[in-house]
Design a protein around this ligand. Structure first.
Ligand SMILES: [Zn+2]
Length: 322
């Protein structure tokens, strides 16, 4: 459903949200991916210490370029000097693999490149496939498959994409790990509990209180743009607001991730948070297509999710017979 809002209402919504964040949070942003940009390494290249196991050379090596944001998110720009090869390998085999699986259909639709290649996705029977080329999204659909359903009358299409198996809590950990990689050196010490949670090392009596990831999707056509990453830090300990948040914005999607800190989130009450939408979408888009839709992602499960389907509905302008 498209919400009809007047120009004044949209302008007010954007203005209020901008004021809220400008007043209460310090913002730091990075633009990742899509060739040409210079590589950025966070942290010093000498006297390196891993943020996750707290070991230094010679106990561990730092030979690999550790992505601060997974490559699956199109990142070939921002790297971390704070991640040793042992942790890098371990995350790659576990939580980042789960993240990559969960994110695959989303990445597919957004056309985010990884290792200079576009993603591909196949139907379970392997007869149909979806891939990006430089000319756009291509669908190769076998007859009688429900992988891709197009209605020529209404020019609408439906894609049913299989999500490879993943463990939800690991996807959540991968999101929080991105925040830990990006966090300022002066603030890193506030996140020892989050680091333990990401590593699966929390003691039984410890608990990380965190809020569900908020995902926003803008109605309207997909625009492939750079991926923008931001860290928000609450600028004042009197405020009953979460201390740190990671924002990820690509095309028409955005994730707002609370990075938990038991040292700094003490003022926040248990009832949850009600944050305004971070103004990452343009007023012109909202005016044209409606307010971005919010979905709270529940990643609390610790069992493997198998056979999930990601359904995408959209419109198209025409069909080319090959
Ligand atoms: Zn390490």
């Amino acid at each position: 459903m498209k919400l009809q809002q007047s120009d004044e209402e949209v302008a007010r919504l954007i203005h209020e949200a901008t004021l809220f964040y400008a007043k209460n949070y310090d913002l730091k942003t990075w633009r990742v991916g899509r060739g040409g940009s210079d590589k950025l390494f966070l942290g010093s290249a000498t006297n390196r210490k891993c943020r996750f196991c707290r070991r230094s050379e010679p106990d561990v090596s730092f030979r690999n370029n550790a992505h601060a944001i997974p490559e699956a998110l199109g990142n070939n720009t921002v790297f971390s000097n704070f991640e040793c090869d042992v942790c890098n390998q371990e995350f790659g085999d576990t939580i980042e693999n789960d993240f990559g699986n969960w994110f695959l259909p989303r990445r597919m639709l957004a056309g985010l490149k990884g290792k200079n290649k576009y993603p591909k996705i196949k139907s379970k029977d392997r007869k149909s496939r979806l891939d990006w080329r430089d000319t756009g999204l291509h669908v190769d659909n076998a007859d009688e498959s429900d992988f891709f359903i197009a209605d020529e009358e209404s020019k609408t299409l439906k894609l049913n994409l299989d999500v490879p198996s993943y463990i939800p809590i690991n996807v959540w950990r991968a999101f929080v790990k991105m925040g830990i990689s990006l966090v300022d050196e002066s603030r890193y010490r506030y996140f020892s509990d989050a680091v333990a949670w990401v590593k699966g090392d929390l003691k039984p009596d410890e608990r990380v209180r965190t809020w569900p990831i908020q995902s926003y999707a803008m109605p309207g056509p997909s625009k492939i743009t750079d991926v923008t990453i931001a860290m928000l830090y609450r600028n004042n300990d009197w405020l009953k607001l979460p201390y740190a948040m990671l924002l990820i914005n690509y095309g028409i999607h955005s994730f707002q991730v609370h990075i938990p800190s038991s040292a700094k989130d003490f003022m926040v009450e248990d009832g949850g948070i009600d944050m305004p939408l971070v103004p990452m979408f343009s007023a012109a888009d909202i005016k044209q297509y409606g307010v971005p839709q919010l979905i709270e992602l529940d990643f609390s499960g610790d069992q493997v999710v198998k056979g999930e389907r990601f359904t995408f509905r959209g419109t198209y302008s025409g069909v080319t017979e090959l």
